[in-house]
Write a protein that binds this ligand. Structure first.
Ligand SMILES: [Ca+2]
Length: 121
């Protein structure tokens, strides 16, 4: 797993969330969090993850079926899948993933606590 550093030069010129903090762009990646609105425990991912179950995280020791929000850099899309190795049902998300419980998906109707692999596009 690659971890990217926040780049202070990559501050997003998009909407500042709640007017408090400007969204930091993740140059080639994204940030995943255990709670909606980029709260809870978060981790930056700089590369595709074919199996979140192998990434150390807060849900039974991994990030599998754990993600509730995904902060995506401007211009970056991510494909999320509900099984490892980009299998099962997949959806492409743009910058509207601040609350996966509102995004239609295969786990009780949403993508909340559902993502098992994630492909940065
Ligand atoms: Ca899953």
């Amino acid at each position: 797993m690659l971890t990217i550093r926040k780049s202070i030069t990559a501050v997003s010129f998009g909407m500042a969330l709640f007017g408090l903090v400007s969204t930091v762009g993740y140059a080639a990646g994204l940030k995943v969090c255990t709670e909606a609105h980029y709260k809870g425990t978060c981790e930056e991912l700089g590369a595709d993850v074919s199996n979140l179950g192998k990434i150390k995280g807060p849900c039974n020791g991994s990030w599998n079926d754990c993600i509730s929000s995904i902060d995506v850099a401007e211009g970056v899309s991510v494909k999320v899948c509900n099984d490892a190795d980009f299998k099962g049902e997949c959806s492409v998300l743009k910058d509207d993933a601040m609350d996966l419980s509102t995004v239609k998906g295969p786990c009780n109707g949403t993508w909340n606590d559902c993502v098992s692999s994630i492909d940065i596009q």
